[in-house]
Ligand binder design. Structure first.
Ligand code: NDP
Length: 252
């Protein structure tokens, strides 16, 4: 039975891209709430396995799986591996994502990298939800890390990324309709600028960004993880098809 301080005890969460950044904070936070945690990585085997070890030392089960989200065909095998290892899957957190960008028509744009962005940020997410959905129980949760850039980004050079995050927001509303009858909720968390390898604080661009954030600072990965924990938890039982923005007022 769930203990008050461990509201998610006994549940199993799969966090994609859990090796570092926001995904690692989400993995730690869900484990602190009592879930067993499966996390994936593309290339960071060492950090992913170290995090799984760190989490396992807190008393829940944890394991790291290599799974390239840019290869949608890999999704069913990942779900099968998690079910084989943990016996169930309650919470799917689609966190893995990449950023590349050039202004449209820029001759320097890397077309292959833009195609890959679409595969990782959109097709890979959709493939994993398709593969996982049949196994999620009543009360199951899907939380996708979108971006406040799905709604607005007042700078050039990011159309493909913005579109990828708008796509997962649209998928989320559709999946909420598809899975509502089974008591499964589906939501996005839309972070603003969060200090990670993808978006390091301290650059000239970071300074420009900060001038547009109501709170005047970058967010911390833990501040995004708190929103994911809310949506994954019992108190969000009537929240579905929605986007929870955690952007310090970037889009205000
Ligand atoms: P990081 O670049 O710091 O970490 C990315 C994570 O995703 C890593 O664990 C990485 O694994 C994994 N990953 C990347 N590509 C793949 C792939 N093909 N298959 C599996 N895993 C992959 O990014 P953040 O933590 O900053 O971003 C996490 C999510 O949050 C992304 O979806 C991003 O778009 C979103 N976001 C980030 C914001 C920010 O300001 N940081 C703002 C809004 C949204 P590996 O270590 O193996 O490469």
């Amino acid at each position: 039975m769930a203990h008050a301080s461990k509201p998610l005890a006994g549940k199993v969460a799969l966090v994609t891209g859990g090796s570092r950044g926001i995904g690692a904070a989400v993995a730690r936070r869900l484990a602190a709430e009592g879930t067993d945690v499966a996390l994936t990585y593309a290339s960071s085997k060492g950090p992913a396995e170290a995090l799984a070890k760190e989490i396992a030392a807190t008393g829940v089960r944890a394991a790291a799986f290599a799974a390239d989200q840019g290869d949608p065909a890999a999704a069913p095998g990942l779900v099968r591996a998690v079910l084989d290892r943990f016996g169930r899957l309650d919470i799917l957190v689609n966190n893995a994502g990449v950023f590349v960008g050039w202004p449209v028509g820029d001759p320097a744009a890397d077309g292959a990298a833009l195609e890959r962005l679409s595969s990782v940020n959109v097709a890979g997410v959709a493939a994993l939800v398709r593969a996982a959905a049949p196994f999620l129980p009543e009360g199951g949760r899907i939380v996708t890390i979108g971006s406040c850039m799905a709604e607005r980004f007042p700078f050039p050079g990011a159309a493909d990324y913005c579109a990828s995050k708008a796509a997962v927001a649209a998928y989320t509303r559709g999946w909420a309709r598809d899975l509502g009858a089974r008591g499964i909720t589906v939501n996005t968390v839309q972070p603003g600028p969060i200090e990670t390898d993808m978006n390091p604080d301290g650059t000239d661009f970071a300074k420009t960004l900060k001038a547009t954030i109501a709170l005047g600072r970058y967010g911390r990965t833990e501040e995004v993880a708190a929103a994911v924990a809310f949506l994954a938890g019992p108190e969000a039982s009537y929240v579905t098809g929605s986007a929870l923005t955690v952007d310090g007022g970037f889009n205000a």
